[in-house]
Every structure is written in C-alpha cells, then in structure tokens.
Design a protein around this ligand. Structure first.
Ligand SMILES: *Cc1c(COP(=O)(O)O)cnc(C)c1O
Length: 233
C-alpha cells in the first residue's frame, strides 16, 4: 500500500474540486478550498502552506490561537468555523479573517464591536438546513432578519451562508440541504444583498455541494488524513 503524503492528498483534493466544478459546468476557480486544520500540528499546516494552501479553518479557539501565533509570519487567511460562545468573540474578532458560524445577533454585535479599526471581518450566517435540534444554525424563517441586522454592522461584511447538514450517504438526500442553502442565498440576493459565498461541503459530500453551488468547501480528512483523536465536531 502506498501512503500518500499531505502534498499528494492536497493535489488530489484540488483535482476533485476541478472535476466537480467541471461536471457542474462551473469554472474551477469559482470554488475555494478551505483546509480544515483543527487537531492538526503546526508542522502539517506548514507542509500544506509549502504546497500552496493559504486558507485554513479552525473550530477550537484555544488550539487555533496557539497556531496563529506560531505561524504569524506566514501569509495565512484564518477562518473560524466552530461554535462561538460570547466570551470568545474578542479573540475571534482580532485573530481571524473570516467567521463562518454566526447564528445569532448577539454574537455578530460583539464581533462587530471588538473588530475595532481593522478591515471588516468576513462573515457567513450558519443556517440549519436539516431541522435537527442537535445541529447549530439559525432556522430559515429567522434568516432574513438576522442578515438585515448584520448588514447594519460596519465591522462585519456579510459574505454568505454556511451549513453543516446531518450526515447522509444517499447522494440524492445529500443534495437537499445544499439546495436549500443555495435557495436561501438566492432569496437574500433578490432582496439586494449581493452574497457571494456558500460555505458547504466537507470530505464526504464535497462533490454534491459543488454541484449545488458551493463556493467554499471545508475539507479536513481528505487533505490531512483521518483526525487523530477524532474529537466529535
Ligand atoms: C471538521 C469540520 C470540517 C471538515 O470535516 P472533514 O469531514 O474532515 O472534511 C468542515 N466543517 C466544519 C464546520 C468542521 O468542524
């Protein structure tokens, strides 16, 4: 058995993204790869960096801050993709370039206030597209008013929507939450919001997400291999 290196896996994922975009008749540069580096060592991030990957996603703040400090000299765009408690917003607002997981106004307001004089923080609203009580994300019915409120905050730039669907292996069923997220984005754009981002698709459902319009896929396992101490998301 050949063990592929991180660099090889990264190239393979890039090729899969191009193939999925091509199959969906989309240009391959319309889909960005966010390498999800939670639980990964700083050395692994450096290796991915050396292979040209510059956008990294983290879910656990304390762990992320250690990496961000250690890699302060590297040209990395850091994305926060995990659940956000209000006592964590100050560090998130000052250390990250993107936040994908906003699901309530109070968190958005705190990030806005704490962003200070930095350029606006790019944000996505996390939407619950599976109606599962265990998963984070705002209900679709409340999305428009949250989006309108966030657009009033000068420290934030609302870029789009994010979702983490319930696990589903049947490709036909996999599609539905992604389609719902795209339809939510289209509705908001009809209201004049100009959202350019759909953050959806992980290692197991990337192909389907791209078929439904993903512009950022968040990929951990397929890039870095199985997570060591598989902390549940
Ligand atoms: C861990 C995680 C991912 C990556 O999942 P993989 O299945 O390893 O690709 C993507 N998005 C979020 C929000 C995550 O927490």
């Amino acid at each position: 058995m050949t063990v592929s290196t991180l660099t090889q896996r990264l190239e393979q994922v890039r090729q899969q993204i191009r193939d999925a975009a091509h199959a969906a008749q989309r240009s391959s540069d319309s889909v960005r790869l966010l390498a999800v580096s939670k639980t990964r060592a700083i050395e692994e991030i450096r290796e991915a960096l050396a292979a040209g990957q510059t956008a990294f996603g983290e879910s656990y703040l304390q762990e992320a801050l250690v990496k961000i400090r250690a890699l302060a000299d590297a040209p990395i765009e850091w994305h926060f993709i995990g659940p956000i408690q209000s006592n964590k917003t100050a560090a998130i607002a000052t250390h990250f370039d993107w936040v994908h997981s906003i699901d309530r106004l109070k968190i958005a307001q705190r990030l806005n206030d704490q962003r200070g004089r930095r350029p606006p923080l790019n944000v996505c609203i996390q939407v619950n597209t599976s109606n599962e009580s265990s998963k984070a994300g705002i209900a679709e019915a409340e999305l428009e008013s949250l989006a309108r409120a966030i657009r009033q905050l000068p420290g934030l730039r609302l870029r789009g929507l994010m979702t983490i669907p319930a696990p589903e292996t049947d490709p036909d069923k996999q599609r539905l939450p992604f389609r719902r997220l795209r339809e939510c984005r289209d509705r908001l754009n009809h209201l004049g919001m100009q959202l350019d981002t759909l953050s959806m698709g992980m290692s197991n459902d990337m192909f389907t997400a791209i078929a439904e319009g993903a512009t950022i896929v968040r990929i951990g396992t397929a890039v870095f291999g199985p997570r060591p101490n598989s902390r549940k998301h």
